[in-house]
Design a protein around this ligand. Structure first.
Ligand SMILES: NC(=O)c1ccc[n+]([C@@H]2O[C@H](COP(=O)([O-])OP(=O)(O)OC[C@H]3O[C@@H](n4cnc5c(N)ncnc54)[C@H](OP(=O)(O)O)[C@@H]3O)[C@@H](O)[C@H]2O)c1
Length: 309
């Protein structure tokens, strides 16, 4: 079978379409015929080696994490899905490889896909929803009385955070670029600010949670918008940001893995609340390397890009 892979960590030019034979299925794993895979920044961060401490030592390595597809085989201990089920999920961080005709992943990282949502929509859920869930409900502990600010509210994580927080009844404000203001209003935000406006955060009613999805908000600015018990949640770890946070008592870092056990809830919410996946375009497998390269280099796309198989 074909997959996008690389033989050493590095830039986008390391990716190629290669032939790969999947290993033997372990007892807790599932083999899936991929129907759709969504592109996330994690995909190229892994290829660049940013997470090499957490990844296996074997090459070639696959690339891609979030997917949807059809179960082709299950290990002996798997009891949450059966052959033929339509599912969605993510890869073990040690072994990415969702940009592939087929993949193997632990059964704990997949859930059944509701028939009401498409394969493309389902592939957009795992990392963005799990990250947003961890920030809002695990680190932020928000309720329907909470006031929340999402910095970068029209990115993949931000847009899911807006919708999950609104589904709980929280007051949600967000920041985005000028170009995204109209789309942001359609997402049900209570207030929208342009992140280029350097003064929007002055004289603002305090928030219980400031969730910075972009990694670009100065933590001190985030802290200044919080009420005394409020939290600033970050998902882009750098030594500098974490060091500042350690001394504040208001700073929390979180990761997608913290929310990944809630995949079934994401599927339910996606149906009940008509979650918008925000798909900008669907592309063929043969176009994927070119498009990943362009997005990675900063080409702006209004929403998610999904690879169809
Ligand atoms: N810790 C984890 O487990 C975890 C999980 C998921 C993602 N992440 C990281 O979180 C980041 C966001 O991920 P994503 O998938 O949501 O990416 P994304 O879809 O590319 O979204 C990023 C958003 O940030 C906005 N933005 C750019 N500059 C900004 C600024 N100065 N202030 C506020 N917003 C700004 C962008 O808006 P414009 O494009 O309109 O400028 C875009 O909407 C990535 O770095 C990713 O690697 C971490």
């Amino acid at each position: 079978m074909k997959r996008i892979q690389f033989d050493r960590y590095g830039e986008a030019s390391e990716m190629y379409m290669g032939d790969y034979e999947l290993p033997q299925l372990k007892s807790n794993e599932v083999k899936i015929k991929v129907r759709a895979a969504a592109i996330n920044p994690l995909d190229w961060k892994q290829r660049k080696g940013a997470l090499k401490l957490f990844m296996s030592n074997r090459f070639p390595k696959g690339i891609g994490n979030d997917f949807s597809g059809i179960v082709e085989a299950v290990g002996k201990e798997v009891n949450n899905v059966r052959i033929g089920d339509e599912v969605f999920g993510t890869m073990d961080v040690k072994h990415p490889g969702a940009f592939a005709e087929a993949l193997i992943t632990p059964a704990g990282y997949i859930s059944k896909k509701p028939s009401q949502i498409s394969f493309s929509e389902a592939s957009c859920l795992p990392i963005p929803c799990a990250t947003a869930w961890a920030a809002l409900f695990i680190k932020g502990n928000i309720s329907k009385r909470s006031r929340v600010l999402i910095n970068g509210c029209m990115g993949a994580v931000g847009a899911m955070a807006v919708q999950l927080a609104r589904s709980k009844g929280a007051f949600v404000a967000g920041t985005c670029s000028e170009n995204d203001m109209e789309r942001a209003k359609d997402l049900g935000l209570n207030a929208v600010f342009n992140y280029a406006d350097k003064n929007y955060w002055k004289n603002i009613k305090p928030f219980d949670l400031v969730f910075d999805t972009s990694g670009l908000m100065e933590p001190a600015i985030g802290f200044s918008m919080l009420n005394p018990k409020g939290k600033f949640v970050d998902i882009n770890p750098t030594p500098k940001r974490m060091l500042r946070g350690l001394f504040s008592g208001k700073y929390r870092m979180t990761f997608a893995t913290a929310g990944m056990s809630h995949l079934t809830e994401f599927a339910d919410i996606a149906v009940k609340e008509s979650l918008k996946a925000g798909i900008a375009k669907e592309i063929g497998f043969s176009e994927a390397i070119d498009i990943i390269t362009k997005i990675e280099k900063g080409e702006k796309v209004k929403g998610r890009v999904v690879i169809r198989f």
